[in-house]
Design a protein around this ligand. Structure first.
Ligand SMILES: [Fe+2]
Ligand SMILES: [Fe+2]
Length: 486
């Protein structure tokens, strides 16, 4: 994306966000106020105004809730820290009503406030019915509210209220992202920032890693294109915690390690945006400024309101995260002692996520398997050999989220590591989901096809059914691997 495309994206995203936000305000206000209440009148006006803006170049506005994400006009709405909680609430609200979303037509501008409120009340009350979806559909298909259409949940999705583990994982991801954004924002505006929210979500994440490590690890394949720093921080926290779990750290240490990951790049809020998002190589001067961010992370962590002990636990690793195993790197240090364990873990997670994530200014990135190969070239110099082995072992030859081109001109996305029962030859033959192109669904170019085991052989010929031609980075094709993982 060019700079102007980026700003165009964020202003459009703001309108979409506003549309959802005002709609939810209406839902809440309708519970206590009458149609002529000032707050209701004002919020309804705001909502109709955003619909008018959004229907400038389209015939309707769809608001959809899918997999704990919100799409307005088939574009994913990006959460801001102050709206994360609200978004969660509205997703739960529609989940309880077994409704996937709404489609609103421009004729909404001609209706009376009382009619809009009547519809909102209908939504509010649907919670009481056993089959809320049926109740709601019977009203909206009767022509009573011609300016709105309810979108059914496709069959086969979870029952209302029954949250899958994946959804819980996605929710934790959104919350932990919100918590680090909030800390950064408060520190930038000189307000006091605490660690409680971040710690609470990290505790949930530690529970998830204990129950379902592969799923937890797969969360790190989420890439937020527009908010690289914080998405990266969450991914580094996740990957570090996974390494920590593999080397049997206690739950308490995993939480501390997660905090280190979350806050390691906090100092980047003080690096000017032009340097942070520069398209091309940094000049020597710019690089000097960039290099200050690890020390600045430490300074900012000191400012966080938390007990001294807790802060002491999370200062060293962020300070060390750009120092290498042989103590080269930055900030320059003349010490002879090794890097701390958390520092060595963080460096591995940090480099891996950085070279596998697309950035606004960097079009192509390494596919996960090539990234591991690249890191292995500097083992013992940049990275702790034992920990890097643990990491590679954990991710496998083709890490989950790698996009594979197969010999039958099909594309497969790695969703599970290989069974490996048949020995080393099959260690490189993971489970993949075949990707099918979907022409009618603009915001998702691919849909899930069959899940196949690449280690499977044809019983007649004794040959593998599929061969891997090459690996690609899913992110370069706009694919969020987590969407395809069950
Ligand atoms: Fe960094
Ligand atoms: Fe980093």
């Amino acid at each position: 994306m060019t700079r102007s495309e980026t700003s165009d994206f964020s202003s459009k995203n703001r309108v979409r966000e506003e549309c959802v936000k005002t709609f939810y305000s209406l839902i809440r206000a309708a519970r206590i106020h009458q149609a002529n209440n000032q707050l209701i009148v004002q919020t309804a006006k705001e909502f109709v105004r955003t619909i008018a803006l959004l229907t400038k170049d389209s015939e309707d506005v769809s608001i959809q809730f899918m997999g704990r994400r919100i799409y307005v006009q088939e574009k994913k709405v990006i959460f801001r820290p102050e709206t994360v909680a609200l978004f969660d609430n509205i997703i739960d609200y529609f989940d309880k009503r077994a409704i996937q979303g709404l489609r609103i037509y421009p004729s909404i501008k001609d209706i009376k406030g009382a009619e809009l409120l009547g519809f909102i009340r209908l939504l509010n009350e649907a919670e009481r019915y056993n089959q809320p979806q049926e109740q709601l559909l019977s009203h909206t298909t009767s022509g009573q509210y011609p300016w709105v259409e309810l979108l059914r949940k496709p069959s086969g999705t979870e029952a209302p209220g029954e949250e899958s583990r994946k959804n819980q994982g996605l929710k934790s991801y959104a919350h932990v992202l919100g918590s680090v954004q909030e800390i950064a924002q408060k520190l930038t505006t000189k307000q006091s920032a605490g660690l409680n929210r971040a710690r609470r979500v990290l505790q949930n994440m530690v529970d998830l890693i204990m129950e379902d490590e592969p799923l937890f690890r797969a969360l790190s394949t989420i890439r937020f294109y527009d908010d690289y720093t914080f998405g990266h921080s969450v991914n580094v926290a996740i990957l570090s915690m996974c390494i920590g779990k593999r080397i049997m750290l206690s739950k308490k240490s995993l939480e501390t390690l997660g905090l280190c990951g979350l806050l390691h790049d906090l100092g980047k809020i003080q690096v000017p945006k032009e340097i942070l998002n520069k398209n091309g190589k940094l000049t020597e001067e710019e690089f000097e400024i960039m290099k200050q961010h690890s020390m600045d992370s430490v300074r900012l962590i000191v400012k966080i309101q938390a007990s001294r002990d807790r802060k002491n636990d999370i200062l060293l690793a962020p300070f060390e995260h750009h120092l290498k195993y042989d103590l080269s790197g930055y900030p320059k240090t003349d010490r002879s002692s090794n890097l701390s364990l958390f520092g060595r873990i963080l460096t591995i997670a940090d480099v891996y996520d950085a070279i596998t994530s697309p950035r606004v200014y960097r079009k192509s990135v390494l596919p996960p398997n090539r990234a591991l190969g690249f890191m292995w070239e500097s083992v013992g110099k940049d990275f702790d050999p034992v920990l890097l082995k643990v990491f590679i072992n954990m991710l496998g030859v083709y890490p989950v989220g790698t996009l594979l081109v197969l010999d039958n001109r099909k594309a497969g996305l790695v969703v599970e590591p290989p069974d490996g029962a048949e020995g080393p030859l099959e260690w490189a033959r993971p489970w993949v989901v075949l990707l099918k192109r979907n022409g009618n669904n603009g915001y998702r170019k691919f849909v899930r096809g069959d899940t196949v085991n690449l280690a499977e052989k044809d019983p007649d010929s004794g040959r593998y059914r599929y061969s891997i031609i090459k690996s690609l980075n899913a992110a370069n094709y706009g694919i969020q691997p987590i969407d395809f993982i069950k």
